[in-house]
Design a protein around this ligand. Structure first.
Ligand SMILES: C[S@@+](CC[C@H](N)C(=O)[O-])C[C@H]1O[C@@H](n2cnc3c(N)ncnc32)[C@H](O)[C@@H]1O
Length: 325
């Protein structure tokens, strides 16, 4: 058998996607926040692929170009087991996996909360990439990394693409980097992309729909609808206006859903209500943009040495290969 998907959380946890306490903690932030991973039900995962192809969303092309150019060199430096946090469609990872499989039999362990995406990867990649073994891990990052610690397959590389490392608060990111480090052994590799700081107008154009497109807005409103379904909420998507804003103070593109009128939103499954005034924000996600030295320092603090780095001179997008100390 060359492909399978295993569940790394209890069916109940995977269905709820989160414990109530951490969701409530997000709703108690100022402004309240809906965790970003609720964007990725089966509908949202497909819309995300669509929005990532908008020409203004430079991250996809920048990352694709870097991987295309450097996959062979990276494949020379990694081992036979490759896991990926938030693999999605694995469209770009294929470049690396192909280079790995040409060198040695490789096992790919994609991690995602969207089961459909894992099933698609498991169905297509073995035939496409010459017998690559695929074992999908369905669940959140933390549960999948804990699973890998218990069932270490062998020399392991963790891949984290899409600059998704920036879709975190500082505390969440430090905890996740520590978690990745705890899952790896000395000399294992960690391949991660990070979008670097650039002018605010470029960033805001990337995270808002250009004229004629709707994918960004549909993605954000689907996240709200999914959150509603999960926690029996009554938020009305068309009473929110999605808009991403660059905050230079925190070096973060903040994704807002602005209330278009005064309203009370109740999430019965959480026994929690939000009273929003017109113009109030419900945050749906963060995209932190990094300074290169600060990013390398964050990885260093978690126990990683920089092995190789590749930075796109046009978009200032970085592909970093770290080695576990
Ligand atoms: C921005 S997309 C990136 C997809 C792909 N890596 C790429 O670069 O094209 C983020 C992916 O991570 C998954 N994801 C987000 N948060 C997650 C979490 N906490 N645990 C597991 N998967 C998560 C989503 O389902 C989605 O497929």
């Amino acid at each position: 058998m060359t492909a399978s998907v295993v569940t790394v959380e209890s069916e109940e946890d995977a269905a709820a996607w989160d414990d109530r306490a951490s969701v409530l903690a997000c709703l108690h932030e100022t402004p309240p926040r809906i965790p970003a991973w609720y964007g990725y039900d089966a509908v949202g995962a497909d819309i995300w692929v669509e929005l990532s192809r908008l020409p203004s969303y430079y991250l996809l092309q920048a990352e694709f170009d870097l991987l295309e150019r450097h996959a062979d060199e990276i494949a020379d430096r990694v081992g036979p087991y490759v896991t990926e946090l938030g693999s999605g469609s694995a469209a770009k990872t294929r470049l690396l996996l192909g280079a790995c499989q040409r060198r040695r039999p490789t096992t790919y362990l994609p991690i995602d909360v969207t089961r459909e995406m894992l099933e698609r990867s498991a169905a297509s990649l073995p035939a496409e990439l010459d017998g690559l073994v695929v074992e999908g891990l369905w669940g959140r990052y933390e549960a999948a990394l804990a699973h890998l610690r218990e069932h270490r397959p062998g020399p392991l590389t963790v891949v984290w693409l899409g600059s998704a490392v920036g879709n975190t608060t500082t505390a969440e990111r430090a905890a996740l980097l520590d978690d990745v480090a705890a899952t790896l052994e000395p000399r294992d590799r960690f391949l991660v992309t990070a979008d670097l700081v650039k002018p605010g107008d470029v960033l805001e154009a990337a995270y808002n729909d250009p004229p004629g497109a709707t994918a960004q807005a549909r993605f954000r409103l689907n996240q709200l609808a999914h959150f509603n379904r999960t926690f029996d909420g009554d938020a009305v998507p068309h009473l929110f206006y999605p808009r991403a804003r660059w905050d230079p103070e925190t070096s973060t593109v903040v994704g807002h859903l602005f209330a278009t009128e005064d309203q009370r939103v109740t999430f019965r499954g959480l026994e929690h209500a939000l009273d929003l005034r017109r113009g109030d924000s419900l945050v749906h996600g963060y995209s932190v943009k990094f300074g290169r030295p600060e990013f390398v320092a964050e990885a260093d603090a978690a126990g990683f040495d920089l092995d190789r780095e590749y930075i796109d001179p046009v978009w200032q997008y970085g592909l970093f290969l770290f080695e576990r100390r």
